[in-house]
Design a protein around this ligand. Structure first.
Ligand SMILES: *Cc1c(COP(=O)(O)O)cnc(C)c1O
Length: 221
């Protein structure tokens, strides 16, 4: 089944993104038929935030999809996704990093991750403090997590109409990204969602995670 509005939204977003910015289409809460529709237009990177939902959808969709986990990951669920996940964008603790490394080693693979940093001035539950991010990055550089490949950082700005604040928060993450890149080249700075991706790109984002601007508003049951 074709969804004309979905196709138009997708094309519009693609047109607006500069060539160096990757698009991760956030498909959480949306059915596989709609995901397939976006896939058929050429999209390969998709993001889900819940392990259970990802496990239900992944077997029903083409094998060459690159799945990004973008939500908080409980350590006891790492094992369930380790054999197929492409990027875990939401590494928010040392314990999780260690668990990913352990299961990646068992599965005889290397898993790409991003370190999720707390940048929002509003209170947010998940994400590393800057000091923790630096420590974890150093440990990784020293070889403590050989089956993990840290590709970069992920961050979410405060949910606000205040563009100056959002810009401040994204720029802060870009600075940290540059700082860490001096020690080891990082490729991915994941910031920007439907409401703030233009600001994020202005601040140096290389990867945006977009859901509702493509699929429309989500219905949470
Ligand atoms: C849901 C979600 C997105 C996409 O949000 P939209 O506003 O629908 O574009 C991006 N990143 C994370 C971490 C999310 O949970």
């Amino acid at each position: 089944m074709n969804h004309p509005i979905l196709q138009e939204n997708y094309k519009n977003i693609c047109k607006k993104l500069p060539p160096h910015v990757q698009l991760v289409v956030v498909s959480k809460t949306h059915p596989v038929a709609m995901i397939q529709n976006v896939y058929d237009m050429g999209q390969r990177h998709f993001g889900e935030n819940k392990v259970q939902e990802l496990l239900e959808k992944q077997p029903l969709l083409p094998e060459d999809i690159c799945w990004h986990l973008i939500g908080h990951l409980q350590t006891n669920k790492v094992k369930q996704i380790i054999h197929f996940i492409d990027v875990i964008e939401s590494v928010d603790s040392r314990k999780l990093m260690a668990e990913i490394n352990k299961h990646a080693a068992k599965a005889n693979r290397t898993v790409k991750v991003l370190l999720q940093v707390k940048i929002a001035e509003e209170d947010t539950k998940f994400g590393l403090e800057v000091s923790e991010t630096k420590e974890l990055f150093l440990e990784w550089m020293q070889g403590q997590y050989p089956n993990v490949e840290v590709n970069g950082l992920m961050g979410m700005a405060t949910f606000t109409d205040d563009e100056a604040q959002v810009s401040r928060e994204f720029s802060f993450l870009k600075q940290l990204f540059k700082q860490l890149s001096l020690q080891k080249e990082l490729t991915t700075l994941s910031m920007g969602m439907s409401g703030d991706y233009p600001v994020a790109i202005d601040c140096g984002s290389t990867s945006v995670r977009i859901g509702s601007a493509i699929f429309g508003e989500r219905d949470y049951l």
